[in-house]
Design a protein around this ligand. Sequence first.
Ligand SMILES: [Zn+2]
Length: 183
Amino acid sequence: MASIFTHAFVAVAAGRVYAAGETPARFWLLSAACAVAPDADVAAFAFGIPYGSTFGHRGFTHSIAFALLLGAAVAALFFRGAEFKTKGSLVAYFSGVTASHGALDALTDGGLGVAFFSPFSGERYFFPFRPVVVSPIGVASFFSEWGVAVIKSELVWVCGPAALAAIAVLLFRQRAARRDEKA
Ligand SMILES: [Zn+2]
């Protein structure tokens, strides 16, 4: 895992770009929840499910299929009609936010890779470039030198770029809107 704070941060940056203007509070809660949800699979360790199995850590819950299912479920259960955004757009957004979790994990330098194509293939993947220090599993070990190294690398490689990308998109949009007003 990358740390849950960083997964949630990326979700909020994505949400800010996706939903300009008024947004219901549950939109933000669900964005953060979707980005963190895949790591519920650390419970597998407690049940003796091996890391490398389909339902082990970074297995099915980190896959693209799971992201689509969760995105569809969140859009169906928590949003009505087009009160806020269309259903299709909400499914795409929440699936994307959930999938961002596996993508971030594939940038980390430790653990097993991510089973992007589970349940169809159990193969585990990393991206070729892995600058993010892997986060320890469990809260106690997070408050350590290891935790500090994790936070540093996530700020530089994930939170910083995510914030800059979101700001760039928002500024670009603002300018485009102003140009349209003048035209
Ligand atoms: Zn994870």
